[in-house]
Design a protein around this ligand. Sequence first.
Ligand SMILES: Nc1ncnc2c1ncn2[C@@H]1O[C@H](COP(=O)(O)OP(=O)(O)OP(=O)(O)O)[C@@H](O)[C@H]1O
Ligand SMILES: [Mg+2]
Length: 251
Amino acid sequence: MDISVSARDVNLYYGDHHVLKDVSFDMNSRMVTALIGPSGCGKSSFLRCLNRMNDFIKSARVEGDIRIKGKDIYAKETEVIALRRDVGMVFQKPNPFPMSIYDNVAYGPRLHGIKKKEQLDEIVETSIKGAALWDEVKDKLQASGLGLSGGQQQRLCIARAIATKPGVILMDEPTSALDPLATAKIEELIRQIKESFTVIIVTHNMQQAARISDFTAFFLLGDLVEYGVTTEMFTNPKDKRTEDYITGRFG
Ligand SMILES: Nc1ncnc2c1ncn2[C@@H]1O[C@H](COP(=O)(O)OP(=O)(O)OP(=O)(O)O)[C@@H](O)[C@H]1O
Ligand SMILES: [Mg+2]
């Protein structure tokens, strides 16, 4: 299997607070990896290590080794802007920019120097199609992204994330603010985009993790308790704590 992201002995501190403890595992290309675990166990923090969003948090200190496609993302020569282009992120709350649908999706490509209208048109169309939103917005690309429904806004954010053709897409509870229908659309979308991207998704919904992920990582208080093939973990967890969590005994 093709390793896309590898974490070795990752420790994360916010000041004195030790939040991730010796986390080591590999996430594979063209697979969906789900991160699960009770609130506060460090899932979002781990995700933020992967595109160096924790750089924005003054008290945060990351130790250990994180490689994306073999490259040490904390190495001195790593360009953080290029890294974030290659590692896209979708957040819990849809957060379109206050601009048109078109400009939301063209934002990243423009930032990275693409100026030609035909080229931008083509990227915008492919990305919105890729996010299964095209039919709903193709006649109003100049309308504000903020005028869309929550589920449409989230698909717009996914279109924005895939527009720079990242290798890795991080999703932090992307459907927790959506209704079941919009959730089903995003899940279908995740199944499709994993053909081209490495998807790492945080979810509190065990059914969702079981439905969409190939691998699951279970975190508890900053420890990676268990990591493996989702179907195996859900049918035959090795650790009692994993079993308790996925059967709803705590969390
Ligand atoms: N910016 C920050 N500064 C200081 N501490 C933080 C910061 N962000 C998170 N923490 C702490 O790190 C720990 C892990 O938080 P994190 O948000 O990663 O958990 P989580 O697993 O994503 O939880 P949830 O399921 O509630 O989203 C918590 O104890 C939290 O209080
Ligand atoms: Mg979180």
